[in-house]
Every structure is written in structure tokens, then in C-alpha cells.
Design a protein around this ligand. Structure first.
Ligand code: ADP
Ligand code: NA
Length: 329
């Protein structure tokens, strides 16, 4: 048997980047062998911002294709689209009765978004954590592989689950953040500041869809300096970051050679960036090409989503039966 149920939502907006790959996708791929995984492309969540409807399906297809190209196997995990699971709306309604205005208004992401877009503070935005809770609790997940920024939402999910269980009887397990321990890597940005992210400087982020030349150019432009003048000089952050990227995509002996050159104060950053650029291209190109081929195959993507939705709806319906019975409906 599997070690438990895992559920995670994947944003449908924005292209996946190297940080998502090493910080999330790679872990999902490892989990699919041992856990009963439900991975959902979150298209309903994007509706709070009233996006252009013509782009919704294309975004879902792109993110699905990228995830499959990274190694998620639609036969091993339920890979599905949020809007294909109508059961979500029903649980969302029930959970809304257990969510309080005060706690929703205090959510960090709500406060941020409300400040950024005061003209569009809709109820869907306010109850975003309730929809997220519905996604997770429908699958009765025990683990949710989320980053630190989602911990507050997950705690709210546990609160809603507990309130339900206390009021109506035990239906939901309390979901906890999956602890990756040592495996959790932080991929640094190319500009030497902070982590790689889609919202930061585009030139400092390597996307899985970037062309070979774009990748080479971004790495060429990464911040360096004149280099250490004496052996044993500690590395500045932006140089440390280049080595961290090299550790992710280059061969160990390549990394060791440049480490040695640095420690001998004999490093040439031009050479290092050239090597890193080639190794990055070797790493990204097959993923990009595979994703592109999958994205073109709409029939295959439809089959994947149907298969995923079938599995996710089956377990959602079983949960809702328990929910309705507990609530006396
Ligand atoms: P972004 O920061 O680009 O907006 P998200 O917040 O959508 O990315 O994150 C999706 C997943 O990718 C999360 O699990 C997050 O922890 C992971 N992730 C994002 N950026 C990085 C990074 N630079 N290093 C490691 N993991 C990352
Ligand atoms: Na982020």
C-alpha cells in the first residue's frame, strides 16, 4: 500500500521556472511512487482576478504539459483540472459556513491583494482559503507539499476541518505540510538577490520554456566581479549563487574544477558562465521540447485530464457522502 494521500494545487498562470522544478516538481515526481497523489491545476483560483477567458484553457494545457515533461506520470497520480471537479463547489459552500469574516480578512495574501487591487476586493478573494481547503479536504489528504508562504492557508484548512469534525463528527483528517527535510532546495536568482521567482526580474529567472540562446544570454549577464585576488577568499552571495546553480545542473567534476579554480584565486568567470550556460541548456532543452510536443497534442491532454478527473471525482463523491450524512442533509 501507499504511505498516505497527498494533495497539491499547481498554479495555472505563469510559466514554470527552474525554482519550481527543483523546489516543487522534482519532489512531486519522487512522491508519486510512494504516495497516493492528487495534483490539481488550479484554474478556479485564478478567477478572482477576472482574467481574459480566452487564455484559461491554454494556461491549463501549458502547465499540465510542463508538469508531465518534468516526470509526473498521469497513470501514477491523479492529474486534474480544478474546474472539472464540481464537487468542490459543494464542499466550498459548506465550509464557508465555518469560516469567519475576521480570520479571512486577516490572511496575509488577502491583505496584500486587497491593497494592490482595491477596486476588486470580491468575496472569492476573501474566501480563497476556503476554496483551497475544499480542494484539499475533498481528497481527505494527510499531506500537502507546500512552501512556507502557504503555511497560513494550510493552518486555516486544519481549522476548518477541526470545526467541521467537532460540530458534525469526524470526517476530515488534519492535513499537514509535507516535510521534505534535506531534500528542500532553494534555487537562487541570477541577479544575486534572493530566490528565483516568476514575479522578480525576468532576466534573472530561467524558465523551462526558455530557448537555448535565451538561457545562454541570461547566464552570461549574471552578476560577477573581477574575481578573488588571493586563495581562500570567501565567495560573495552572487558568486555563491552561480555555484549553487552549477551544483544543480552540471557534472560533479565540473563543479569541483571550478571550486578549485576559485579557491586557487585562478577562476575566470567568463569560462564558468559559459560552462554553466551549456550545462543549463543540456538540462532544460529536453524538458522544453517534451513539454512543447505534449502541449501540441490536445487529444492526449484531454485524455489525461479525463483520467485524472475520474479518479479525483470518485474520491470527492465518497467524501461528500460522508459530509452530507454527518451534516444531516
Ligand atoms: P513563484 O515564487 O515563482 O511565484 P510559486 O510561489 O508559484 O513560484 O511556487 C510554486 C512552488 O515552487 C512552491 O512549492 C515553491 O516553494 C517552489 N519554488 C518557487 N520558487 C522557488 C525557488 N527559487 N527555489 C525553490 N523552490 C521554489
Ligand atoms: Na513565491
Amino acid at each position: 500500500g501507499k504511505k498516505g494521500i497527498v494533495m497539491s494545487g499547481i498554479r495555472s498562470t505563469g510559466m514554470l521556472h527552474l525554482g519550481n522544478y527543483f523546489g516543487a516538481m522534482q519532489n512531486y515526481v519522487r512522491m508519486q511512487e510512494d504516495y497516493d497523489c492528487y495534483f490539481m491545476v488550479a484554474d478556479l483560483h485564478t478567477l478572482t482576478t477576472h482574467p481574459d477567458t480566452s487564455e484559461l484553457k491554454a494556461n491549463v494545457h501549458r502547465v499540465l504539459a510542463e508538469n508531465i515533461a518534468c516526470g509526473l506520470d498521469p497513470h501514477k497520480v491523479a492529474l486534474y483540472c480544478q474546474s472539472h471537479i464540481p464537487e468542490t463547489a459543494e464542499l466550498y459552500l459548506y465550509l464557508n459556513m465555518l469560516a469567519y469574516k475576521g480570520e479571512l480578512e486577516k490572511t496575509t495574501t488577502f491583505k496584500d491583494k486587497a491593497r494592490q487591487h482595491p477596486e476588486n476586493i470580491n468575496a472569492g478573494l476573501l474566501t480563497y482559503p476556503v476554496l483551497m481547503a475544499a480542494d484539499i479536504l475533498l481528497q481527505r489528504a494527510a499531506y500537502v507539499p507546500v512552501g512556507k508562504d502557504q503555511e497560513q492557508h494550510l493552518e486555516m484548512t486544519r481549522n476548518f476541518a477541526n470545526r467541521f469534525n467537532h460540530r458534525y463528527g469526524e470526517v476530515f483528517p488534519e492535513p499537514y505540510a509535507f516535510n521534505f527535510g534535506e531534500q528542500l532546495v532553494k534555487v537562487p536568482s541570477l541577479d544575486g538577490a534572493g530566490k528565483m521567482s516568476k514575479s522578480e526580474n525576468q532576466n534573472a529567472t530561467i524558465y523551462l520554456a526558455d530557448t537555448d540562446d535565451l538561457i545562454r544570454n541570461k547566464i552570461k549577464k549574471a552578476k560577477t566581479d573581477a574575481g578573488p585576488t588571493e586563495p581562500g577568499t570567501p565567495k560573495p552571495d552572487y558568486i555563491e549563487n552561480l555555484f549553487a546553480l552549477m551544483q544543480l545542473v552540471s557534472q560533479p567534476d565540473t563543479l569541483a574544477q571550478f571550486e578549485k579554480n576559485y579557491n586557487d584565486a585562478a577562476i575566470r568567470y567568463g569560462d564558468m558562465k559559459k560552462q554553466l550556460g551549456e550545462d543549463m541548456v543540456t538540462f532544460i532543452a529536453p524538458i522544453r521540447e517534451k513539454a512543447e510536443a505534449i502541449r501540441q497534442d490536445e487529444k492526449y491532454l484531454r485524455e489525461v485530464m479525463e483520467m485524472g478527473a475520474e479518479k479525483a471525482r470518485k474520491s470527492a463523491q465518497a467524501t461528500l457522502e460522508k459530509v452530507r450524512e454527518a451534516m444531516g442533509l
